[in-house]
Ligand binder design. Structure first.
Ligand SMILES: Cc1cc2nc3c(=O)[nH]c(=O)nc-3n(C[C@H](O)[C@H](O)[C@H](O)COP(=O)(O)OP(=O)(O)OC[C@H]3O[C@@H](n4cnc5c(N)ncnc54)[C@H](O)[C@@H]3O)c2cc1C
Length: 429
């Protein structure tokens, strides 16, 4: 149960807002939509989260350090289910985009800020998974990240280069022995102050996207300087501002040499944007679960508030939109998994191109929906939705930042407008 300073919600309602009941609400909505395999996995992760919350007496209060929970989730295989990691002797019988969707749905209801921070570790895992080339130090880093020994971070954004990510200023200088010296600044790297491993982009020539490269960094190396950037909307997530000063990256840690960086950056965008879209939808379900339980119990004018049209019809609208987008996202995840299987993990370029546009559509649409759903759900709960007695303030806060993370709303629109141009050229003779 959530930690609070002063109880504002009645004992009776607070008890009914338990994680168990919120999971049950989500499950009753999704049981007819999900396949038995998806549903069973969702319930398995939920059972783990319920036991973990109870056993460790977790209150989700501000004094708790979410990062301490990572090893336990890693041990169960709940940091990511996007891949099967047989190169590091980890064999998840159920993995892929759908499996990871289910994992995220369960983890996010347990603790939204923990879900978000774990998502950033996954963004560091994906490029190492794609480019490990069986080199032992890379496999070691991959294993530590996947098994929860350490969180990870991805460093793209710079103080002067945010949306314009391909015109970087952080310099990489190749040395005679094949190592690189990195110099420059990065910012807003989720998890960086807590991470042992970082995946970082830099460029041989400032502002030249063709000379970008990608590196794996051990944050204990000399030249790594990191301070925390506080984002008050997510006080339990640690973001970093890094100053890299002659930081030497040995050759084995170069995931993509000069000229490969941009390609690697774009390759990571589909899973990253779909991951953010899934997070946003998970938050919609979490917010709805709170608001629907509350509206069925709270009485005003001697009537449960759900029965007033102003409340009930608002909730039905949010519920319908959340259900429909969940269906769309699930269809995308299923289709992604099918294609990965069909093409042995290497989806052809033209299909991949189409998926870039879909990933932007979902990122754009889901984060925009979460902004409405989380705000309106808090709103129909009145003061109860705004105080610290439940996780609603996390949903409210996180739904305010998701349109920026992973490429802003305007940048998604920009990508989609370029896709429309492509489709026009393909369609009109
Ligand atoms: C909580 C959080 C977590 C983050 N995690 C990470 C992380 O782990 N790793 C990482 O590398 N980065 C991370 N970021 C950074 C994030 O990706 C950037 O903040 C984002 O890309 C926007 O860059 P910016 O902040 O520099 O804004 P700017 O690029 O300066 O944008 C400012 C405004 O201008 C608009 N704009 C810019 N260019 C255009 C255009 N061409 N057309 C229309 N509008 C435009 C933007 O939409 C925005 O509204 C994180 C950010 C936050 C807030």
């Amino acid at each position: 149960m959530t930690k609070f300073k002063t109880q504002a919600i009645s004992d009776e309602i607070l008890e009914k807002l338990s994680l168990k009941n919120r999971y049950s609400f989500v499950n009753n909505n999704l049981m007819s939509i999900l396949s038995p395999k998806q549903f069973n996995f969702l319930k398995t992760v939920q059972r783990f989260c319920l036991r973990f919350e109870k056993k460790n007496d977790i209150t989700h209060g501000p004094e708790e350090d979410n990062y301490e929970w990572i090893p336990a989730f890693g041990k169960e295989g709940y940091i990511t289910r996007s891949h099967n990691f047989n190169m590091i002797d980890i064999n998840y019988d159920y993995h892929g985009a759908c499996a990871d969707f289910m994992r995220y749905l369960a983890v996010d209801s347990f603790d939204p800020q923990f879900g978000m921070a774990s998502g950033a570790t996954v963004h560091a895992i994906n490029p190492i998974y794609e480019h490990h080339e069986n080199i032992p130090v890379r496999l070691e880093a991959l294993k530590e990240l996947v098994t929860g020994k350490s969180p990870g971070c991805i460093m793209i954004t710079e103080p002067e280069r945010g949306s314009d990510a391909v015109h970087m200023l952080t310099i990489c200088d190749e040395q005679e022995d094949g190592s690189f010296l990195l110099n420059g600044e990065k910012i807003f790297s989720t998890n960086a102050p807590k991470s042992k491993w970082a995946v970082c982009y830099a460029t041989a020539e400032k502002n030249n996207g063709n000379t970008m490269a990608q590196f794996l960094i051990d944050t204990t190396w000399d030249g790594w300087n990191c301070e925390r950037v506080m984002i008050p909307w997510v006080p339990q997530v640690f973001l970093g501002k890094e100053k890299l000063v002659n930081l030497q990256v040995p050759k084995e840690y170069v995931l993509g040499g000069i000229g490969k960086g941009r390609e690697h950056l774009f390759e990571g965008l589909i899973p990253e944007r779909i991951g953010i879209a899934i997070g946003a939808i998970a938050q919609c379900w979490g917010a709805l679960a709170h608001a629907v339980i509350y509206a069925n119990m709270r009485k005003q004018f001697d009537k449960m508030i759900l029965l007033f049209q102003g409340v009930g019809f608002l909730l039905t609208d949010l519920w319908a939109r959340t259900t429909n987008i969940t269906l769309g996202l699930l269809k995308f995840a299923e289709s992604y998994d099918e294609k990965m299987e069909k093409f042995g993990g290497d989806i052809p370029r033209n299909i991949n191109q189409a998926m870039v546009a879909s990933a932007s559509q979902f990122k754009y649409h889901c984060t925009s929906l979460a902004k409405d759903v989380c705000y309106e759900c808090a709103n129909v709960m009145g003061g109860a939705g705004l105080c610290d007695n439940t996780l609603m303030h996390d949903y409210l806060n996180m739904s305010r930042i998701q349109e920026i993370v992973g490429g802003s709303r305007q940048i998604q629109s920009y990508i989609m407008s370029m896709a429309l141009r492509q489709i026009y050229k393909m369609s009109v003779m």
